[in-house]
Design a protein around this ligand. Structure first.
Ligand SMILES: Nc1ncnc2c1ncn2[C@@H]1O[C@H](COP(=O)(O)OP(=O)(O)OP(=O)(O)O)[C@@H](O)[C@H]1O
Ligand SMILES: [Mg+2]
Length: 322
């Protein structure tokens, strides 16, 4: 349904007096993936790895440097007259719905707005559909007259979900949609998203920095590092037997209940050089992860590893997988 091929998004940043110094940030640097009907692709990676930029490129909120994005076989840059259809098919939910939900609007108007814009629904007709949508996300109808400030974080996220599904989209981009919620509210919202997925046949691009969150909802997972996919494949496989050293690092950072396993993971983590994500303005040569990789060899410093298939449906970009 959604096909992204060799996507690159560069930001040109100007600094200094009259912008005399300038440089490029390669936020997304050659990313390819597909998303099928009714499926969830989890996108994980540290802060600054380019996750949101991919989502924003899909939503056409940032321009792309090169590559293609196709929705149902149509290149999104050639939509022209069908822009409104595209806007309907692709919806998004963000981390902090509070900043997006207009505080001076009641819920009926917030959820009903897209219905008015796209279908011209008004008055009773619109309110009936809004009540239906609120019911689908587990909110009672009497909430319609209330303002966003009168809700809890989890409830506000449900309002955002109701608005996102109002136009029966094919895909919802969830960018850190549950990251700000406490753990029990997180699992409630995840369950709601799964339920809606089954009922409405939705596909999700589920973005989060926390692999522990992503694994519970994803069919496929893509691990991003400095704007490139390091490993991508079935969620089960990625979490139970990661092949890329970076994915192994992310997995080892997930807390587990078993004290022996926890100790093993701590030991694995302690072998790593204590460095942070290099900057996307000045990425390392060769494999972008080599500066932090405990297994790096000289080839990793000079040559960019290309993604290749290692197991059915799984690709890894690493020289060590030989
Ligand atoms: N408008 C912009 N102008 C310049 N640089 C940008 C812009 N937007 C993003 N970047 C840079 O692009 C890179 C990727 O940013 P992005 O927001 O996609 O990361 P992210 O993975 O979503 O991080 P987080 O987990 O913190 O949300 C970062 O280095 C960031 O500084
Ligand atoms: Mg982000």
């Amino acid at each position: 349904m959604l096909t992204v091929e060799d996507l690159r998004v560069y930001f040109h940043v100007k600094r200094g007096l009259m912008g005399r110094r300038s440089y490029d940030v390669r936020a997304v640097d050659g990313v390819s993936f597909g998303l099928a009907h009714g499926q969830t692709l989890g996108l994980v990676g540290e802060s600054g790895s380019g996750k949101s930029t991919i989502g924003r490129a899909l939503l056409r909120l940032v321009g792309i440097h090169s590559g293609t994005i196709q929705l149902n076989g149509t290149d999104v840059r050639e939509l022209r007259g069908r822009m409104l259809d595209f806007r309907r098919d692709l919806q998004a939910i963000f981390q902090d719905p509070y900043s997006l939900l207009n505080p001076s609007m009641i819920v009926a108007d917030i959820v009903g707005e897209p219905l008015t814009i796209h279908y011209g629904l008004k008055g009773r007709q619109r309110d009936e559909r809004v009540a239906q949508l609120l019911d689908q996300v587990g909110l009672a109808t009497y909430h319609m007259e209330r303002y966003p400030s009168e809700f809890s974080g989890g409830q506000r996220q449900r309002i955002a979900v109701a608005r996102a599904i109002a136009l029966e989209p094919q895909i919802i981009i969830c960018d850190e949609a549950i990251s700000a919620l406490d753990v029990s509210t997180q699992s409630q919202v995840i369950n709601l998203l799964k339920e809606l997925q089954e009922r409405l046949g939705l596909a999700y691009l589920f973005i989060a920095h926390d692999l522990a969150v992503v694994r519970h909802i994803s069919d496929q997972i893509a691990v991003l590092y400095l704007g490139r996919i390091m490993e991508m494949g079935p969620a089960e496989l990625i979490c139970s037997a990661p092949r890329h050293p970076y994915t192994q690092l992310l997995i080892s950072a997930i807390p587990v209940a078993d004290p022996i396993e926890q100790k093993k993971r701590k030991a694995a983590r302690s072998q790593l050089p204590p460095s942070e994500l290099p900057s996307a303005t000045n990425p390392p040569d060769g494999c972008p992860f080599h500066t932090r990789c405990p297994q790096a060899v000289s080839r990793c410093r000079n040559e960019v590893p290309l993604p290749r298939q290692v197991r059915p449906g799984e690709i890894v970009a690493c020289h060590l997988i030989d």
